[in-house]
Structures are given as C-alpha cells and as structure tokens.
Design a protein around this ligand. Structure first.
Ligand code: GSH
Length: 217
C-alpha cells in the first residue's frame, strides 16, 4: 500500500528542505518505498479534516491504510521498523540507533530550534541582543559534545541509520548560522548525509513543490 504524507503547500523555508516532511521523504527514499504527498495550506492544517490526522494541526502526517501517524520521529521510526536499511539487525546496535533518533529529536533539536525561532520571531524585541548569545552558547555546547562523540567516524554508530538521518536533518537547520563551521567533522557529517542519493531525491522533490517543477520521481 502506498503511504501518503502531508507537506506544506508553500514552505516558509522556500524549499531549503528544513520542513519536517523532508526527513520522512528521506526515510521513504532510503528504503525504496514509493509515496504520495498531499499538500496542505496553513489554514487547512487547522481545519477539522487535518486536525483529525494531526492533533496539533501540523505537518508531516503519514497515512497507510487504517494507520495514521504524526510526529516526524515516530513516522521515521515506523518506516525504519518496517523496512530494511535504516536500523541494524543486531538487537543492541538497533537499540543504540534508536537512542540516536531520540538524541537527535530530544537533546539536539530543542536548542537548535529554540535559536532558529528566536532569530525569526524575536529580532525586534528588546531582549533579543541579550538572549541570542545564551541561545548560541546552548547550541555550541551541544555541537561540541556531538562533535567529540562523532570524532572521525562517518556515522554516529557504525553504519548509516535512522539516527543519522534525523541528526543530519536537525543539524541542517543551522545552515547559514555560522555556528557549524567551528566543527569541521559535523560539517563533513552533514555533507555525507546530503550526498546520499536518497537525500538528494527527497530534497529535490520538496524543492519542486516550492518551484512548481515536476518532482524528481
Ligand atoms: N514535533 C513535530 C513538529 C512538527 C512541526 O513543527 N511541523 C511544522 C513544520 S516543520 C508545522 O507544521 N508548522 C506549522 C504550525 O505549527 O502551524 C514533528 O517532528 O513532526
């Protein structure tokens, strides 16, 4: 059965691949699962039809037969658990890869997202100049820890996994912030993720929504 995901009809990031449907598209591309996309407007996301799929009125959602999921992490986990290629077979390695999925979303994404939100919404506020260095410090702290753990490895724990997929999408939000450059191994890590053919297809397809071009596949 071909799953259907939802994505922004018009993404505020102008097709930079920062909206969270990109990680779901990437996971589906990695495992070779074709999918359909239903585009939703900001107003449609708050209508009952979409709220029935997503209680918080957001994207992405995932529909597959009777199954409806929301939360990009849960969706990526569902895809990884039901197809080969994104989680190791060995039980302990699998548990560690899942740990990295949680780490990406629970430990690394919050300070990065908080900073991104402040730069978008609080620039004109009187506290912004004082708050930004604090937000930067939190992000820098996390990046330093992650960089130390990654060292010169290609991926976080052996082979590429759903943990890397989520971590790369989380780190990409810092693109253009000037914060990643102090961590060359993280820059190389992101570049390795972005170089994967499955990522390229996912990126091109979400960009095509913005530019109006025909999807890559
Ligand atoms: N934790 C959720 C966050 C979902 C989320 O924030 N989606 C954004 C797009 S990336 C959205 O729909 N924003 C519009 C809104 O909240 O009204 C996930 O990972 O799926």
């Amino acid at each position: 059965m071909t799953p259907t995901i939802t994505a922004f009809e018009r993404s505020p990031d102008r097709g930079r691949g920062l909206a969270r449907d990109t990680r779901v598209r990437w996971a589906l591309e990695e495992v070779g699962q074709p999918y359909d996309v239903r585009l939703v407007s900001f107003s449609a996301m708050k209508e009952p039809a979409h709220l029935g799929l997503h209680p918080f009125g957001q994207i992405p959602t995932y529909e597959e037969g009777d199954l409806v999921l929301f939360e990009s992490g849960a969706i990526v986990f569902h895809i990884a658990a039901n197809h080969a290629g994104l989680l190791p077979d060995d039980a302990n390695a699998r548990a560690r890869a899942i740990t990295w999925m949680f780490a990406a979303l629970n430990t690394v994404e919050p300070p990065i997202f908080e900073r991104a939100l402040a730069t978008l919404m609080e620039r004109d506020k009187p506290w912004y100049e004082q708050r930004l260095p604090m937000l930067d410090d939190r992000v820098r702290g996390r990046l330093g820890e992650l960089s130390t753990r990654l060292g010169d490895a290609d991926w976080l724990d052996g082979e590429f996994s759903a943990g890397d997929l989520l971590m790369v999408t989380v780190l990409r939000r810092l693109d253009g912030s000037g914060m990643l450059e102090a961590f060359p191994n993280l820059c190389a890590y992101i570049a390795r993720g972005e170089a994967r053919p499955a990522y390229r297809r996912a990126f091109e397809d979400q960009l095509a929504v913005f530019t109006g071009a025909a999807p890559a596949n």
